[in-house]
Design a protein around this ligand. Structure first.
Ligand code: FE2
Length: 279
């Protein structure tokens, strides 16, 4: 639904001018050491390639969304390097943390100039809400009491706007046993709040390193490939997919509908360790 094959056509061209156009870059897994690899892939190189390709082929987005696992070793140097890349785009960028990030440090370093680590932004009739779904010292996800409270306040404050909620963890299982051990552990509380606010059109996540696009309780749930390594969908055990790094574009329409699709680098980076049993 809504996804398009990889091609070189501009993504935002031809869409209504009032559309809110977004690029989602997720799970970049950068390191302090720019030469370090994850499962055989230099994550800084693929991030740079995906970002350059996205800006060239998708057209100028209103915002970039960076949905967690931004720096694999949560290093100062890694965040500073990412900040430099994002500052160069001059595009307002909204970052939220994943299980590999340190939320406090991430905010301290990234939240400046055009780069923001804030709970929400409103533009073109839409409200985007950015939640922290991380649990300290765990790879699992949870929208804790504080984040649930924040979500409620933001939903009530902007109930006249179409809304997309963004967070790192997937809110419902995606059909992959090992990945689903890290699914949001309190979906009941989360969806109870979401369902009480019909302006919520979608929930966008990272974390799963694969595409996901499904309807649940009338809400569209969207997940996306990483800018580095992809995982095989619907696989019980950890498995690396022979798929290139990629990104998602989204165009949020004035009527509350969402146009979206994926694009990826033309080739799988050499060195990808397809036989790896974990990371
Ligand atoms: Fe990740």
């Amino acid at each position: 639904m809504g996804s398009s094959p990889d091609n070189r056509q501009p993504r935002f061209k031809g869409l209504p001018a009032e559309s809110l156009n977004l690029l989602q870059l997720t799970d970049s897994h950068l390191y302090a050491d720019p030469s370090r690899c994850l499962l055989g892939i230099n994550t800084l190189e693929t991030f740079d390639q995906v970002l350059a390709q996205a800006l060239q082929e998708a057209g100028h987005p209103d915002f970039i969304l960076a949905t967690g696992d931004l720096v694999h070793d949560a290093s100062d140097t890694g965040y500073k390097r990412l900040l430099g890349r994002l500052q160069l785009t001059e595009i307002p960028t909204y970052c939220l943390p994943g299980n590999h990030d340190l939320p406090g440090k991430m905010k301290q370093i990234l939240n400046q100039d055009n780069v923001h680590c804030i709970p929400s932004v409103q533009a073109k009739g839409w409200s985007l809400i950015f939640l922290d779904s991380t649990i300290p010292n765990s790879d699992g996800g949870r929208i804790d009491e504080g984040q649930l409270g924040l979500l409620k306040v933001l939903l009530e404050a902007h109930n006249d706007k179409h809304t997309m909620v963004c967070m790192h963890h997937h809110p419902i299982p995606v059909g992959s046993r090992w990945m689903d051990t890290m699914v949001l552990d309190n979906p009941g509380e989360f969806f109870q709040l979401i369902e009480a606010h019909p302006q919520v059109k979608a929930v966008l996540c990272g974390h799963i390193h694969q595409t996901f696009d499904s309807m649940y309780k009338g809400i569209r749930l969207i997940g996306s490939p990483s800018t580095c390594v992809q995982f095989v969908p619907e696989e019980d055990d950890f498995a690396i997919d022979a798929a290139p790094p990629g990104y998602r574009w989204l165009s949020l329409q004035a009527d509350g509908t969402i146009e979206t699709g994926l694009a990826s680098l033309p080739e799988i980076p050499s060195g990808l360790d397809l036989a790896s049993m974990g990371y």
